[in-house]
Design a protein around this ligand. Sequence first.
Ligand code: HSE
Length: 300
Amino acid sequence: MIRVQVPATTANLGPGFDCLGMALELYNVVEISPAGRGLTIEVIGEGSSEIPRDERNLAYQAALRVFRQTGYALQGLKMRLINQIPPARGLGSSTAAVVGGIIAANLLAGGKLGTKEIISLAGNMEGHPDNVSAAVLGGIVVAVQAEGEIKYLKILPPPALKGVVAVPDFNLATRTAREILPQQVSFQDAVFNIGRVALLIASLQQGDLSLLSTAMEDRIHQPYRSGMIPGFKKVLAATRLAGARGVSLSGAGPTVIAFADGNFELIARVMQDTFRQNGVRAKVMVLKPSPVGARALEIK
Ligand code: HSE
């Protein structure tokens, strides 16, 4: 049996659309073992009522790609998914399934794929490199598509930094949240984001959170997505007032993530209350960045 643990991820961190991701200490586990024939999938925890247990399952599809790519002769497969990451909320649940499926299958097939190939395969399945790179490598990752591959660099998160997440009780499919985005953005908005993303990287690398609030502003995706998340702008404003260093949509949403180095409980309560005042029930969690990415917990 092979057991792989994959962290949740928050993508974009505000202005870094499709190129920044951070791993968080909340994990999904993918277990696989070869079986005589057929496919059995068990899902425990988050998403257990909605995640398919047949060939449509994302972790299985990811595993299948590895078996095909590596020429592994699959007979039957048993798969168990033990999930802590809420599905379709902007915390990288689909990435965790894809990365977990790929890494587990790769180990079963003899470990032929290296880190770069794993990231590339997962990035192709997800369609953007930010979550997958952070899920595989841990920490904060800058990742871009260039010359047909994903190029990435990892930054270690500032030690005192934690993420406070408010997870609304409704799903938002990434596809829907991408379809709403414009085909073009203005030169001014591009300049606005470039400056902020540069400031954000400098802040994170130096562990200087004093300008994080400005550094996490965004004009190229959040304004378009905010209409799908009741109270979004008010939650952002209230969270800043409660002492968050910076706040943004987590990935494609609907989760909002605040970064802070203190006042975590107050920030969490303010986020939850503000969502509630706007008719949204939200679960709150305080999560440390995960310095480690996906890893095998058991191979036997
Ligand atoms: N960068 C992606 C997006 C992340 O914002 O659509 C999706 O999880």
